[in-house]
Write a protein that binds this ligand. Structure first.
Ligand code: SF4
Ligand code: SF4
Length: 161
């Protein structure tokens, strides 16, 4: 077969091969991967544990954390407020907190329509919504299996509403 004829048929062969392959992409927001246990997504604050020591504010390389004064259980207290417009998700604030008041989650859905929405006050930081609450159309949570040549997804959990 001449190179010209091969060149004509090659795209069809490639397309046909891919027709029978499983897709590598997910149907987000209906499907979503389960991330690694220690994935650094949205940071959640435990207001009961936080003492307002300010270590998290001091260590943050991007100045994303500011301690703000607020009333908590009838007394004034300083607690962190986090600006996701500045946060690099390095996790230093979580690691440095001596009272384990901060933790990372798998939630990466943080976009908002305005800049102010990216700033989470202590009360908002204390909220820990589930994936189902954040991704309203979510139906399946998948886990991934990677081999040198393939990507496979397995349904880990179906979301019931
Ligand atoms: S979150 Fe931790 S490091 Fe930050 S102010 Fe509270 S106790 Fe201190
Ligand atoms: S994860 Fe890093 S950048 Fe984000 S608030 Fe914490 S210390 Fe700052």
């Amino acid at each position: 077969m001449s190179d010209v004829v091969k060149g004509i048929f090659k795209p069809y062969v490639v397309v046909l091969r891919h027709v029978f392959m499983r897709p590598h992409t997910l149907k987000y927001p209906y499907e979503r991967l389960e991330f690694a246990e220690r994935y650094r997504g949205r940071i959640v604050l435990n207001l009961d544990k936080c003492t307002g020591c300010g270590f998290c504010e001091r260590i943050c390389p991007n100045k994303a954390i500011t301690l703000v004064q607020r009333e908590f259980k009838g007394r004034k207290k300083r607690s962190p407020s986090l600006d996701y417009g500045r946060c690099a998700f390095c996790g230093l604030c979580v690691d440095v907190c001596p009272f384990k008041a901060l933790k990372t989650t798998q939630i990466v859905e943080l976009s908002t329509c305005n800049r102010e929405g990216l700033i989470h006050a202590p009360e908002k930081m204390a909220e820990e919504p589930s994936l189902e609450e954040v991704v309203k159309d979510l139906k399946k949570i998948l886990e991934v299996e990677l081999t040198p040549n393939t990507v496979k997804y397995r349904v880990k959990r179906r979301v019931r509403r």
